[in-house]
Design a protein. Sequence first.
Length: 250
Amino acid sequence: MSFLWNSLLSLFINVLLFIYNIIGQNFGIAIILFTILIRLVTWPLNAQQMKGAKAMQDLQNDKDWQAIQKKYAKDKEKLAQEQMRVYREKGINPFGSCLPTLIQFPILIALYQSIIRALAATPLDLLKLSQVINSNFLDVAKLIPLNSKFLWMNLGQPEPYYILAIVVAATTFIQSKLTMPPSTNPNDQSAAMGQSMSITMPLMLGWFALTFPSGLAVYFITSNVLGIVQYAAQGKANWSNLLPKGMRKE
């Protein structure tokens, strides 16, 4: 397992540095382009996740399913049996929305690690970085240490003016709201969980952007914007969620 992980990490680092090298050694642009590349590669997984989430949300709003939930509210075993029956009848995969996320999670961690490792600053970290660079395609001597300057930032250090942290939190909030389908079921636990995550995730990623190297914040912002564009392009964005509750069309 460690061999596969190290291989994935090495691949990501080399692709990231290859992009960095061919665009004139601008690491900020390299992160943006690399994030776009990862989004394109994982597009089918994102589409499957949206399809699975929509199917589960439609079920929560289904009158027959709501009646079943009410009928067997005190019989958890029977409710579970009926739930599986409904899943089979409607062709719903209960793991359809979470499995793609589980598959993508190692990719996102590897992407984060590759950005952090590429921004090596100490002699030991620079040595470790040089050992994973494929010298057949990249000239180590000309690449490291990387040029970590981008706009007003040093991508290897936290952004000092809190601008990126605010943008990360805002784009995370917008993306979570746009991807949250409407629910007419007051007992819909997935909707309640979604509401909670739309608050906690922006705060958590905003804190990461505030304390971790700003190169990671550039990745978060790019990924969030691409996610919003993807949902909008597929007609899945629920724009009404951005309005105050009293102004939404039910």
